[in-house]
Design a protein around this ligand. Structure first.
Ligand code: NAD
Length: 382
């Protein structure tokens, strides 16, 4: 094998994210020159048959049916948490106590209290930790961050983001259980706020800095749904839609919207940033492009440019194909693993860390509090 040091991965959950992460671990060393090599040591899920099937398909060496047994294993270096939100804190805190590195899915936790306990646990244990806010690592989004950080937009006035879906419009859709835990507040913590807006908030904090205060409204359009686990019709306690205004620390104004009731939209994540000198705009449905308007351009040719983010000097792109050939969604997870492994080599932490993800949690909590109280809320500084 290569001279790379092995990192033994124990992954909890074999659903959607279990697949994207497994793909990333398998591909990373083929494309990125990193000092460590992920080894797919064990997958953990509650169904032994499904865990075995997953292990067979993706090449995991062993299976566990209880995450506690996985965390206790001496041959596991890193715990990867790909389970519903209500399980993140317990697994992460136990993994930190066992001295494991932790890669945790977003949102960090159900709320700030849980999130703070997770931050305390990883910081006390001194273990590498990161949260999979993967959209940061779309090359066009990384480019947007680099352009803003380099001052190309000048003073920022506006930040606008939307994340729109339409998959919960049917009143017949049950809540809870496998596949539908996102509709059950006990498993998800919140609805679109923690699920979709959390992504928009993480990107916004990275591109435009801290959010100080928020004013939000939420709505639950379908008030009752049958619960898959109890078989009873129960109140729906998640937010189906959420919109909020905010003030950033840098003086700019923010406008965010998310819903699962925007008929026709499957996963339309867009953001736009307007600065004194330039603006930029990104759209997940066209994820390899960044729209850019530079007021300094000659007025005869001034206009929105569509930058095809594929050249070798673009973030992450020199590791892939040749200029002009784009990459996609799954590559963002490969980039996250590549950065994590590179940072292990230098001792640096990988953003967003648990502490950085707690800042997103703080905004989510303030948004939900504001919607409940129908007034502006100050975001707890992290
Ligand atoms: N980064 C992203 O873009 C992104 C996208 C989707 C989901 N997520 C996050 O990833 C996490 C998982 O979401 P998903 O879409 O993969 O869900 P999923 O329903 O597809 O998979 C969840 C998995 O967790 C397992 N599970 C549940 N409880 C468990 C327990 N106690 N012990 C062991 N396994 C358990 C389920 O059996 C299933 O395999 C969530 O926190 C979600 O918010 C992030």
């Amino acid at each position: 094998m290569s001279g790379k040091k092995p990192i033994n991965i124990g992954i909890v959950g074999y659903g959607f994210m279990g697949r994207t992460h497994s793909n990333a671990y398998k591909r990373v060393c083929d494309f990125f020159d990193v000092p460590y090599r992920p080894v797919l040591k064990a997958v953990c899920g509650r169904s032994e048959a499904q865990a075995k099937e997953f292990a067979e398909r993706w090449g995991y060496e062993s299976v566990e049916t209880d995450w506690r047994a996985l965390v206790a294993r001496k041959d596991i270096d890193a715990i990867d948490i790909c389970t519903p939100n209500n399980t993140h804190a317990e697994i992460a805190i136990a993994a930190a106590a066992a001295g494991k590195m932790i890669l945790c899915e977003k949102p960090l936790a159900m709320n700030m209290v849980e999130g703070q306990a997770m931050v305390d646990a990883v910081e006390k244990a001194g273990v590498p930790n990161t949260v999979w806010y993967n959209y940061r690592r779309v090359p066009a989004v990384t480019l947007a961050q680099n352009l803003i950080a380099a001052g190309r937009l000048g003073k920022i006035y506006h930040y606008r983001a939307q994340f729109l879906q339409d998959w919960t419009i049917s009143t017949d859709l049950p809540q809870g259980g496998t596949g539908l835990w996102r509709l059950d507040a006990a498993a998800a913590g919140s609805g679109v706020t923690g699920d979709l807006l959390a992504h928009c908030i993480d990107t916004a904090l990275w591109l435009n800095g801290a959010i100080n205060s928020v004013s939000a409204m939420t709505e639950t359009f379908v008030k009752e749904r049958k619960h898959t686990l109890t078989g009873k019709v129960e109140p729906v306690k998640i937010d189906d839609a959420c919109a909020f205004l905010c003030r950033f620390e840098n003086g700019s104004l923010g406008l965010f919207e998310s819903t699962r009731y925007a008929r026709g939209h499957k996963a339309l994540y867009t953001f736009e940033v307007n600065g004194e000198k330039a603006s930029l705009r990104w759209d997940l449905h066209d994820l390899h492009r960044l729209q850019y308007f530079d007021h300094a351009d000659d007025s005869l040719v001034r206009g929105w440019k569509s930058i095809h983010v594929t050249d070798g000097d673009m973030p992450y792109m020199k590791s892939w194909w040749v200029p002009g050939l784009q990459i996609g969604y799954e590559h963002t997870f490969v980039h996250h693993v590549a950065d994590f492994l590179a940072n292990l080599g230098t001792g640096a932490q990988t953003s967003p860390t648990f502490r950085e993800a707690l800042a997103t949690q703080a905004v989510c909590d303030a948004v939900l509090d504001s919607a409940d109280a129908r007034k502006w809320e100050t975001v707890v500084p992290v």
